[in-house]
Design a protein around this ligand. Structure first.
Ligand SMILES: [Zn+2]
Length: 233
């Protein structure tokens, strides 16, 4: 029989979206079925079996997966935080392709979250993050609505991001002397870092011939500017 204590525990399960069922053919045993995971991860179902309903429910609550669940090295919370910070750096380096929005294309959004994406040459790569503390961390243009989802999966997103890193190269030779050119970062101080593309022979000469472009906020923008410069001969 289900007593008051068990009713109370069952209410806790219901609060967390966990189903509880009894299984009569097991005789004295009852089971509780956990078809719920915190943070909407890949659904993992776990069957907890115990002699009494109270033991079954207590075991289910104790086995709940949440942000503090660890694989022995890192917790989910820690890994999600790292993912957010790492993606914010990628976004900053591809700012001209990146955007963030408080709403999906259809006007919806998960509670307390936003979406941020990069329109890579291979298609979108997007993630959702908590507004607090991540909204400010993403240094890119804000859109009222996110672009329409192109159907990308989580696997697509990370594959597209992986290609981004080497997707942009200095392809054009120096328009003045035909020499090789490369990207340089110019750090004036901690708060001021800009990028440019410089002709190698210009760098090696004692006095600059002006074979460069500079003052771009990201490497990607500097490379694009160099590859498409209008004063090409
Ligand atoms: Zn040159």
């Amino acid at each position: 029989m289900i007593d008051n204590r068990t009713t109370e525990l069952r209410a806790k399960l219901t609060e967390r979206g966990i189903e509880y069922t009894t299984n009569d053919h097991m005789g004295a045993c009852e089971t509780s079925w956990n078809g719920f995971t915190a943070m909407q991860l890949t659904p993992s179902a776990k069957l907890i079996m115990a002699v009494t309903p109270e033991q079954a429910i207590a075991a289910t609550l104790g086995s709940e997966i949440n942000g503090n669940t660890s694989d022995g090295y890192h917790t989910f919370n820690e890994l999600y935080h790292h993912r957010a910070v790492l993606f914010s750096v990628i976004v900053r380096d591809h700012r001209e392709l990146a955007w963030k929005a408080l709403k999906h294309h259809d006007g919806t959004m998960y509670d307390g979250m936003f979406i941020v994406g990069i329109d890579t040459p291979k298609g979108q790569a997007t993630y959702h993050y908590d507004l607090d503390p991540y909204w400010e961390m993403f240094d890119c243009k804000e859109r009222e609505y996110a672009p329409e989802w192109d159907g990308h999966t989580s696997d697509d997103a990370i594959a597209r991001i992986a290609e981004l890193g080497c997707g942009r190269k200095v392809t054009e030779l120096c328009p003045f002397c035909g020499g090789e050119a490369s990207v340089k970062v110019l750090e004036y101080d901690d708060d001021c870092k800009v990028y440019g593309v410089f002709c190698e022979s210009d760098l090696q000469s004692e006095q600059s011939h002006g074979h460069f472009i500079d003052n771009y906020p990201s490497e990607a923008e500097a490379i694009t500017a160099w590859n498409t410069r209008a004063d090409r001969m």
